[in-house]
Design a protein around this ligand. Structure first.
Ligand SMILES: O=C(CO)[C@@H](O)[C@H](O)COP(=O)(O)O
Length: 231
């Protein structure tokens, strides 16, 4: 099981540069095996060109390395906190993708301005606040996970309806039922971040997508009377 998960996580990490979401060794993808409670993540700082499936690192939910020759991603503790808190999440991706990171650096939520957004995210993608010094002193990566949870709980957001977040001054995290879905959500997030930026430039008075259109597109794909895939 874990060998297959290593293969899946390896391929998901290779997708990040392929999709233009990362440069150098930036970013990381992981996936969890809920039966064993172990997750697999990319090794830290290893070139995507030379990385192999056997280089993936196996971690338990307390963030301990169970198997692997390399140090796990520097963001491992963030992945662990999210997996521990949300049983529904099967895969997580973090990048510094250009267009999403522009919104993250500005500290702005990414509003739903079109159906491209609505097909994947059921509303604005929230931008989580900066960490406090105390939180940084306690452990930057784990507390980053806690601030993501705080953001969704304070706003009453469903993490499956909005499978992504921006971190102020940092970049995006996305997730999904598996790591492939998490990668797809990262691609869509970066694409709509680019579209929104230019939409706003084109018309500073553009309104957000009407709820009725958001409902139609999102619920058609994800909700009741799902349109796609009907026999
Ligand atoms: O967010 C960051 C650094 O700010 C990370 O995403 C690095 O860009 C990649 O770190 P590793 O996964 O290679 O440790």
């Amino acid at each position: 099981m874990l060998e297959q998960l290593k293969e899946e996580v390896f391929n998901a990490n290779l997708d990040l540069p392929k999709q233009g979401l990362v440069k150098y060794t930036w970013g990381n993808a992981s996936a969890i095996d809920r039966e064993s409670g172990l997750f697999v993540i990319k090794p830290s700082g290893i070139d995507y060109e030379t990385m192999k499936p056997s280089d993936m690192v196996v971690i338990d939910l307390d963030g301990n390395v169970v198997e692997g020759d390399f140090r796990p991603s520097s963001d491992t503790a963030t992945h662990a906190v999210l997996y521990k808190h949300y049983q529904e999440i099967g895969g997580i991706v973090h990048t510094h993708s250009t267009w999403a990171t522009i919104w993250a650096q500005a500290g702005l939520d990414l509003p739903a301005m079109g159906t491209t957004h609505a097909d994947t995210f059921y509303g604005s993608i929230p931008c989580a606040r900066y960490l406090t010094q105390e939180e940084i002193d306690r452990g930057y990566e784990a507390e980053t996970g806690n601030v993501i949870i705080e953001t969704f709980e304070e706003r009453g957001l469903d993490i499956l309806a909005i499978p992504g977040v921006l971190l102020h001054g940092h970049g995006p995290f996305t997730w999904g039922k598996d790591v492939h879905s998490a990668v797809m959500n990262s691609v869509v997030l970066d694409e709509v971040a680019k579209m929104n930026l230019f939409t706003r430039e084109l018309n500073r008075f553009s309104e957000e997508l009407p709820q009725r259109i958001l409902d139609k597109h999102y619920l058609r794909k994800h909700g009741k009377n799902a349109y796609y895939g009907q026999k």
